[in-house]
Structure formats: C-alpha cells, structure tokens
Write a protein that binds this ligand. Sequence first.
Ligand code: HSE
Length: 455
Amino acid sequence: MAPASAPRRISERKPRERRVKPIRLALLGCGTVGEGVVRLMRRNAAMFERRLGAPLELAGVADRSLKPIPELGLDKSLIVRDGAALVERPDVDIVIELFGGHEPARTLILKALAAGKDVVTANKALLAENSAEIFGAAAKAGLAVGFEASVGGGVPIIRTLREALAGDRQRAVYGIVNGTCNSILSMMTESGCEFADALREAQRAGLAEADPTLDIEGHDAAHKLCLLVTLAFGVRLEPRDVYTEGISRLTLADIKYARELGYVVKLLAIAKDDDGAIEARVHPTMVPARHLLAGVSGAYNAIYIHGEALGASMYFGLGAGQMPTATAVMADVLETARHRVAGARGAGAHALGYPMPHLKRARVKPMDDVVCEYYLRFMARDQPGVLGAIASILGRNGISIVSVLQQGRGVETTVPVIMRTHEARERNLKRALKAIGRLRMVAGDPAFIRIEERL
Ligand code: HSE
C-alpha cells in the first residue's frame, strides 16, 4: 500500500492583496461642473473602483479663485495655481479641462497630450475651432480626448453617434442643443412675454449668463453642430461654415402666429447630408406642434437623428447644469481610465469616429441654395391690391403660397399679413422679400421664419 502522502499545509494567511495603481486625475477649473465632478468622485468612489478595478484619485486642482471645500475632501494641498506644471506632473494620468474658452485651455490640453496624459474636456468652442490640431495631436500620441460633456450636457449623444449608430448612414440631425435659448423660447411661448423679459427672467433663474451673446446669437449651438456633423457625416466643419442666426430678434407676435398655424418656434441646429454637400445651419425654426421636438421645453436638450436604416431616433435630457454635465465628464474619465488599467494604447485614434487622416473638410452647401418652407409676416396697409402685389412678387421669384392670414382691419395703420409658403430656395426668398420691403404699402422689413415640416 502506498504510504499516505503528508497532508498539505494550507496557509491560514489571506493571499497578499495586490495594490492596484490608482488612476490619478488633474482638474483644470473647479467652477460649477468641476465641483460636480469632485462630488461624483467622492459619492461614487467605491462604485468607480469596482467598475475599473483601480481607484480614482484627484492629484490636483488648478483654480486660482478656489477655496478649500472640506466636505468635498478637497483640501488645500490639492489646490495649485500653476495648471501648466500640474498637467505635466508624472503622477497625473488624465487631465480634465473645465476652464472653457480658448486660452489657456488650448495650450494646456496640447501640453497634457505631449506629456502623455489623456484628456477629458467639455470645451465645445475650442474643439469646434481646433479639431484638427487637438484630435490630431491626440491621435499621434495614441491618447484619448473625451468630449461627451461638450454637446447636450448629460445627454450621451457623442458616444451614441460614434458607437451606437456607427452601423448606419446618417441623413439628418436636428438638435435643440442650447438650454438658454430653449428656456427663453419656452417662456415666450408659455407665458406670453417678449424676448427681453424672458432673457431677464432666465438670467435671474441662473439659466442665462450675464453676457448671453454666445448662447442667444446661436454661436454655442453652432459649435456643438460642428462636432455633431463630424460624428454623423465623417467630415470636418468649422463654426464659420455654419449659417448662424440667434433668437434675439424674434418677436412674441411671430411666436403667437406660429402657434395659430400649428407650430412651435425652436432654435434648431440642423445638419443634412445632401449627397455629399453638407447643409449646416442654426436658426429659429418652426416645428409642427405635434412633433416630439416641439414638446422639449425649458433647459432640456434633444437631438433627433434620421438614419438611413434606423429611421428616426431621439435623445433627450438636461443639456447643462452641474450634475448632468459632470456625469458626462465622469463617463469619459471612466472609459479612458479603463483603457489605462487594461494597458491599451491608441484609444484616441478614433475619438471623432474616424481616423484623423480620413476626416476631410466638409463640402458645405451655401445657405442661398438651401430649400425649405417659410413663414412670412408683412406689416401692410389694408387696402385693395396689397395682397396681389405681394403675391405677384413671390410668384415672380418662383415662391408658391400655401396659406394667407390677415389679422385685424386698419385703413390708416398697417396690419399683419401672415403667409406660409411651399418649399422655396433661400436665394429666391431673400430676393422676393427685398422687393416686397420696397413696396409703399408695406412698412418695415418683412419678418420670416424657416419651417421644418418633414423632420
Ligand atoms: N450655455 C449652454 C446652454 C450650456 O445654454 O445650453 C453649455 O453648453
């Protein structure tokens, strides 16, 4: 009989836990969104560690005006004045840029990439104007630039377009991507106030900046549209390629007439791929009241996309604010950190959904060639022949009328004449309005709003 082998000694000691190297973050700017990021890091620390298999740690915060916030665990030792030194520190893995604006954000992002750090940013203006430079530097270095927070705040539209819809060819994108404008337009529509009063109320409620120009003149939406166009159509667009018209000249009267005709006025960022010619425009738009986009009110954002195979889909949520935007920043941090933990390289090569060398400048369709339906308002004398004169100018320019509505009666004064047209080319419409504006019986410049009937 073979001798029984000696029982093996089972160690009572637990195997030594391998300390996983933490992923360390540098935060540039700790304003509203930055504070939200710090709050999420604290609140969800254990969950993030479980998701990653490594803890996330804050290595430093660059913010000149920041006071220590003890309840956030943000003590004095973390706060630094010199962002440039912070982004190059060897103990930093990922740089979160929340300064906004151009400089020093651009220089610090490029410095961070040159030093081998991945970057997460919410800076749509910077990315829209410098996409080739920033994404090019990231791709060359094999590093990531996460920018989910730059469009739609908490609405995960960047990943959706880049990943979830990548199997389809996109035809059109319609976005309510500026919460300030959407809040103002909702107030005008629902409370019946004029633009200036709605803007003041939005500023009082913290929904509009003290200087609201970037938002109300449509520039913020145009920046966001540039990024959406690249992700949707695989071409690069610069803000100057986007026809941009804000909401500051909209009158309550036109919003009310639009309602009577069955429409709601929204600031839409619209992009269409017309056989390789890219239509990109931001302007007040009449949307049928029954359409999903018409029901998106207040600070909410929504992006409605037409895919060739999928058809229509819509993505909705809060487009700004501390915690919604911070969730988008953290999603990028986690994705980037996951790559770091796995030792993967090259995460940034396709940040825009295509290898950088494949992203050519878009062939942009001139605004004059855009075709849509129009709402028109003329202030005209209520006398025989007025309608005929207006209709005949429209007719001579190839513009066909769908309906006419005259409000009130006034022989001495002028009355509003409202018209809706069939599809017409922008060039023809502008030419016709110029001629109508010269008629003696028409006062002031005609008003017009573009209609998206078939979105
Ligand atoms: N100012 C933007 C808005 C939020 O009103 O939607 C940041 O993109």
